[in-house]
Design a protein around this ligand. Structure first.
Ligand code: ADP
Ligand code: MG
Length: 397
């Protein structure tokens, strides 16, 4: 699959409506707590400016649900962007309207403006055609660089493509190329790791990995459902009773396809998430009624690390324990270290697992950390993603 990118456009004197993902974590005072997402968009923005474009940036922040929320304005984001870019950022106080149009008209090549939080507008998440048209009116070309939202059909990331030629920014291009490569041309043996809390959310991605991987390692809350389906007593652990049948089916399919599916053999348990003092390790068939499994145990970590060492490609979604609590973060950290040390090409996607890998301090040793949470999962599941479809369609015409 090929898509057009910012390199395929002559930018001299053109305006670029550029959808980025500046949905950054914030401090209580409303400051930017982590500017990773802003920095990730800099190559595209700098390139556009260098090539003589005027850049109009659009992003969402938080969940204002179609209303103006003062604490979700983009002023702090604009300031941080200006510091990082070293170029003045003109901040609009509205999403669209006459004042925004005036600012966009005045914008010169090499200048940058940032629209207000697009989700302040009720039409954004409804993919309102009229709103998309208003965005399009501001520019000549649509640049799509917000991979984290491609699974949504919203006005600023897919609707606008109906009215403007659409190309991918560098971040988008890298995500699509890397994910496509691992999905269709991964070097074998392929090892997939799936953790996290909600089994129901992960069934689709595990099914996709069954077609792709030679080995699948399951951990985290999600694995509890599989362990119970195998006959383990899980005590107070998080188990999704309505997913037991799905879990059985997946284990059955793994056998048929000769995919090695490994579950934890031991777990770290406690009375509750806040019972770090009571943490202890037991085999999975010895979990007391009043305890819950909150992490994979040391034997499992060794077993998983061994498999990781043998892989040529590692794909990972979802932490293997309640990594937010030190006492239950050790399994995820150990696996993150094993992936970092491995020779394999490693691809990690999912909001929490990426945070966990960063916390483990090995993020720079991972081949590709995907910036999409839900988007990455849906990509792996093989779903059609509206924000990518609009880039492909343009190429056919
Ligand atoms: P990702 O964002 O990487 O896709 P998920 O959102 O699916 O991951 O899952 C992350 C959550 O899973 C974390 O908040 C973590 O605390 C939780 N979790 C992991 N293991 C367990 C467990 N054994 N019991 C309960 N929750 C768990
Ligand atoms: Mg998550």
């Amino acid at each position: 699959m090929t898509i057009k990118t910012v390199k395929d456009v002559d930018w001299q004197g053109k305006r670029a409506f550029t959808r980025v993902d500046f949905n950054v974590p914030r401090t209580e005072a409303g400051e930017v707590a982590d500017d990773t997402k802003i920095r990730a968009a800099l190559p595209t923005i700098s390139y556009l400016l260098q090539e003589g474009a005027a850049v109009i940036l659009a992003t969402h922040l938080g969940r204002p649900k179609g209303k103006v929320k003062e604490d979700l304005r983009l002023n702090a984001v604009a300031e941080r962007l200006q510091d990082l870019l070293g170029v003045k950022v003109i901040k609009a106080d509205e999403v669209v309207g006459p004042e925004v149009e005036r600012l966009a008209q005045q914008l010169q090549p090499g200048q940058v403006m940032l629209l207000e939080n697009v989700r302040f507008h009720p039409g954004e998440e409804k993919n309102d055609r009229h709103l998309a048209q208003q965005y399009a009116k501001l520019a000549d070309v649509f640049v799509s660089d917000a991979f984290g939202t491609v699974h949504r059909a919203h006005a600023s990331n897919s609707g606008v493509a109906e009215f403007l030629p659409a190309v991918a920014g560098f971040l988008m291009q890298k995500e699509i190329e890397t994910l496509t490569q691992t999905l269709h041309n991964a070097e074998k043996p392929v090892l997939a790791i799936v953790g996290g809390s909600k089994t129901a959310d992960k069934i689709g991605v595990i099914k996709a990995f069954l077609q792709l991987a030679d080995t699948i390692l399951l951990g985290g809350g999600m694995a509890n459902t599989f362990l119970q389906a195998q006959g383990c007593q899980m005590g107070k652990s998080l188990v999704e009773a309505d997913q037991l049948e799905n879990a059985r089916q997946i284990m059955q399919t793994a056998q048929e396809l000769q995919v090695e599916l490994l579950l934890p053999v031991d777990v770290t348990i406690a009375a509750a998430v806040d019972d770090a003092a009571g943490a202890q390790t037991v085999p999975v068939d010895a979990i007391p009624d009043d305890k819950m499994a909150l992490d994979i145990g040391p034997e499992t970590r060794r077993l998983f690390a061994e498999r990781i060492k043998q892989a040529a490609t590692v794909i990972w979604n979802g932490p293997l324990g309640v990594f937010e609590v030190e006492a239950f973060a050790q399994g995820t950290i150990a696996v993150a270290q094993a992936v970092a040390e491995a020779q394999a090409f490693s691809l990690i996607g999912g909001g929490d697992v990426v945070a966990a890998v960063e916390k483990a301090g090995v993020a720079d040793k991972i081949s590709h950390l995907s910036t999409g949470g839900g988007a990455t999962l849906e990509f792996w599941e093989g779903k059609e993603l509206p924000g990518i479809v609009v880039l492909e369609q343009r190429e056919e015409t």
